[in-house]
Design a protein around this ligand. Structure first.
Ligand SMILES: NC(=O)c1ccc[n+]([C@@H]2O[C@H](COP(=O)([O-])OP(=O)(O)OC[C@H]3O[C@@H](n4cnc5c(N)ncnc54)[C@H](OP(=O)(O)O)[C@@H]3O)[C@@H](O)[C@H]2O)c1
Length: 332
């Protein structure tokens, strides 16, 4: 058990986005309840969901004031009643949608704490619990990617997108990636076959040109807004799939008229938290496949861009402004 009573943490004080995030020094160190563990956080993962929560667009999200951050890696320092398979001293990466990772300590359900892979530092495991399973679920069980197919991956230079590019290439797909100018070389170095400017005017036309007019077999759609219509138009008729798992660019509608007369394609929604709860067996299969990808070296230790905990508002501002590349971490 930690002997500390209070800790430093980032408190989201409003729904005005990153500027509502404040450092506090007297937050109580939480106690693990039954089936929970207390983690001394050495690195917290920044996710786009932190922006969605801070802007109030995350369905059922926390109301301010709340301790922000859903992903924390570090050392287990205490376990609650009923926890048998984790003990103090174990290094884990844990998630809690209730927040509290942007802090020196966080409590997470024991079931949501994964051991940090042997030989990896805590911060190198960030992504393992949220971004990578999301990318894999979108590609494989939901997206059904197979060798020789073409996959369009939006936000390919981001935390989730980079993992998706590596995995799609491993599965033998041709990858068309989108990213802001300035990030294209990063995405090419990951193995993407074609990179399109995500701020360009006609992504659908570019994809159709690159696929001889056929369209992509699978689209990983995390942008929404105007990009959603481009994604639908860039998808192969009848057999093509679009897995929608994010709306960084805002909400967009799809109508039944469009599905009948304009976009005869498959559209699937993905929320990794709901997948974990509603389809635990499928989630277990995804995590099993992820372990195989780690063992095969397809996904190696991450190299997040690090910020001090005090720089949390800056990190989130940059993520929202689309100026970041890859995974971001806050170091308490
Ligand atoms: N459903 C789930 O369970 C789940 C789980 C994990 C992540 N996600 C979603 O996956 C996406 C990526 O998450 P991440 O944490 O890995 O973030 P990220 O990709 O590292 O950062 C977001 C990226 O999205 C792109 N983007 C396009 N339009 C944008 C806009 N209007 N505002 C901000 N960004 C925009 C930007 O890339 P370019 O500037 O290079 O285009 C930006 O760098 C997010 O939409 C997130 O909500 C969903």
């Amino acid at each position: 058990m930690s002997s500390r009573i209070t800790m430093r943490a980032l408190l989201q004080t409003s729904l005005n986005g990153p500027q509502g995030l404040r450092l506090i020094t007297g937050a109580p160190v939480p106690n693990p309840g039954p089936n929970e563990v207390l983690i001394r956080v050495t690195a917290a993962g920044v996710n786009f969901v932190d922006i969605s929560q801070a802007r109030g667009t995350f369905a059922g999200g926390p109301q301010p004031p709340y301790l922000a951050g859903i992903e924390g890696a570090g050392e287990v320092t205490a376990v609650g009643e009923g926890v048998a398979d984790l003990e103090p001293g174990t290094h884990v990466i844990g998630t809690s949608i209730k927040g509290g990772a942007f802090a020196e300590y966080i409590v997470v359900p024991a079931a949501a704490a994964l051991p940090v892979p042997t030989g990896w530092g805590d911060e190198q495991a960030l992504g393992l619990a949220v971004n990578w399973p999301t990318a894999l679920a979108a590609l494989k069980p939901l997206g059904g990617v197979t060798a020789g197919q073409t996959v369009l991956i939006h936000a390919a230079a981001g935390g989730t997108g980079q993992a998706a590019v590596k995995m799609a290439k491993h599965y033998g797909a041709t990858v068309i990636a989108t990213a802001s100018p300035g990030k294209h070389e990063v995405v090419r170095a990951l193995g993407a076959d074609h990179v399109i400017d995500s701020r360009g005017t006609d992504i659908a036309a570019d994809v159709l040109r690159l696929t001889d007019g056929a369209g992509a077999d699978l689209v990983l759609e995390s942008v929404g807004g105007a990009a959603l219509d481009a994604s639908l138009a860039a998808t192969k008729r009848v057999t093509g799939r679009v897995v929608v798992y994010g709306l960084a660019g805002g909400e967009a509608a799809i109508t039944n008229w469009e599905l009948v007369y304009k976009h005869q394609i498959h559209v699937t929604g993905l929320n990794i938290g709901i997948l974990t709860q509603a389809a635990p067996q499928l989630f277990g299969e995804v995590m099993g496949q992820l372990s195989e990808l780690l063992a095969a070296g397809v996904l190696g230790p991450g190299q997040p861009t690090t910020y001090a905990l005090t720089e949390g508002p800056k990190a989130l501002t940059e993520l929202e402004a689309r100026t970041t590349v890859g995974k971001l971490a806050l170091l308490p």
